[in-house]
Design a protein around this ligand. Structure first.
Ligand SMILES: Nc1ncnc2c1ncn2[C@@H]1O[C@H](COP(=O)(O)OP(=O)(O)OP(=O)(O)O)[C@@H](O)[C@H]1O
Ligand SMILES: [Mg+2]
Length: 221
C-alpha cells in the first residue's frame, strides 16, 4: 500500500534519512521506534510532503507521492497527527475537526457523516466539541489531533508520538479508540512513531526500528 524505496533526506546539509526501504500494508498497524533525533518525525514529514526528498520514491499504491505537492496529498486520504498537535486556539474543537475536510471542499453532508464516524471511534471528543481549542489539556489536545487526522485519514493514518506525555488513563482511551477504528475500518493502515517501545504495548503488528536515519524491520508480531 505505502512503499518507500531508497529515500534520502538532507536537512541543513546533513543526511537525516538514509536509504530508507520499507513497506506498510493496508490493514496493518505499524510501529516506528527510535530514540530522540533518530528521524521519526522527518520520515512522517517526508510522507506528508513537508520536506523535500534528496532522492527516492514514496508510492501510495500506484501514485508517487514524491512527485506531488504537499497540499495535493490531503485528497489522498492520508491523516497526520504531528507531535506538536497544532490545534487552532481561536476555533472550537468541532471547527478544528471540520477544517481539513472543509479545506478539501467536501460537502457539508459528507463532513457531518464523517464527524459522526470519528466520534463513534473517539467518543471522548463529544463533550469537547463546543470547547475552544485554547481550553484543552495536553492529553485532550492529543485526542483532538487524532480526531482531526481521522477526518481525512480514511486510508492511512500517521501518528507522531501520540503516547508521549499522555497520562496512563488517557493512553488507554487512545489505544481503545485505535482498536475501535480498526474494527470500523479494517483496511486502514496506521503508522505510530514512539521512542519508548513499551508505550506501544501490543498495538502494532509490525515494528520497524529507526536509528540515525536508517530503518530496519525489527519484528513482526
Ligand atoms: N529543520 C531541520 N534542520 C536541520 N536539522 C533538522 C531539522 N529537523 C530535524 N533535524 C535533525 O534531524 C534529525 C532527526 O530529527 P527528527 O525530528 O526527525 O527526529 P525524531 O526521531 O522525530 O526525534 P524526537 O524523538 O526528538 O521527536 C535530528 O538530528 C534533528 O536535529
Ligand atoms: Mg519527532
Amino acid at each position: 500500500m505505502l512503499k518507500l524505496t531508497g529515500v534520502n533526506v538532507d536537512l541543513a546539509g546533513n543526511r537525516i534519512l538514509r536509504d530508507i526501504h520499507c513497506n506498510f500494508v493496508a490493514g496493518s498497524t505499524v510501529g516506528i521506534v527510535g530514540r530522540n533525533g533518530a528521524g521519526k518525525t522527518t520520515l512522517l514529514r517526508s510522507i506528508m510532503g513537508l520536506v523535500k526528498l534528496r532522492s527516492g520514491e514514496i508510492m501510495l499504491d500506484d501514485v508517487n507521492l514524491a512527485a506531488l505537492p504537499g497540499h495535493a496529498r490531503a485528497g489522498l486520504q492520508i491523516g497526520y497527527s504531528p507531535e506538536d498537535r497544532v490545534i487552532f486556539p481561536t476555533m472550537s474543537v468541532e471547527e478544528n475537526l471540520r477544517l481539513p475536510c472543509a479545506s478539501l471542499k467536501q460537502s457539508r453532508q459528507a463532513i457531518d457523516q464523517r464527524l459522526e464516524v470519528v466520534i463513534e471511534a473517539v467518543p471522548d471528543l463529544k463533550p469537547l466539541l463546543k470547547r475552544s481549542g485554547s481550553a484543552l489539556s495536553g492529553g485532550q489536545g492529543k485526542m483532538v489531533a487524532l480526531g482531526r487526522a481521522l477526518m481525512v485519514g480514511t486510508r492511512l493514518l500517521l501518528l507522531d508520538e501520540p503516547y508521549q506525555g499522555l497520562a496512563p488513563k488517557l493512553g488507554l482511551i487512545y489505544t481503545q479508540a485505535l482498536g475501535r477504528l480498526k474494527t470500523m475500518q479494517p483496511d486502514l493502515c496506521v503508522v505510530i512513531t514512539e521512542s519508548n517501545i513499551k508505550l506501544l504495548g501490543d498495538i502494532p503488528d509490525r515494528i520497524w526500528s529507526i536509528e540515525r536515519g536508517s530503518i530496519e524491520l525489527q519484528k513482526t508480531l
